[in-house]
Design a protein. Structure first.
Length: 116
């Protein structure tokens, strides 16, 4: 997991120095109709950074998993997005949702079958 976290950290750093305002990791902050949770993520740097880390970690894991497990990961992500959306514009709720999801992704990584 250390490598995945390091890769996510590098991506987050690169995005931190990119021009501000256009993109979060998973959606366009300039879109005309943002959901309340998306608007809060775009306005809050720490939530935006959490989004970058979560999406980067999710994408890296997706590439490591077999097809069946990848489908399960995608289903879990869809369920998690609904939970995040239920937070509306509540920054604390959104932040907690990201912490929970990152723990789940870390656990998924720890349980990947690896050759000895």
């Amino acid at each position: 997991m250390k490598t995945i976290i390091q890769s996510a950290a590098v991506c987050a750093m690169l995005l931190a120095f990119a021009p501000r305002g256009a993109l979060a990791a998973s959606f366009d902050c300039d879109a005309k109709e943002l959901q309340p949770d998306e608007r809060m993520i775009c306005e809050n740097r720490s939530l935006n950074d959490a989004d970058v880390k979560m999406v980067t970690t999710f994408e890296l894991l997706s590439g490591l998993l077999a097809m069946g497990s990848r489908g399960t990961l995608q289903d879990e992500q869809t369920a998690w997005l609904k939970k995040r959306q239920a937070c509306g514009g509540d920054a604390a709720c959104i932040g907690a949702a990201y912490q929970e999801r990152l723990k789940q992704l870390d656990e998924t990584y720890k349980n990947i079958n690896r050759p000895l």
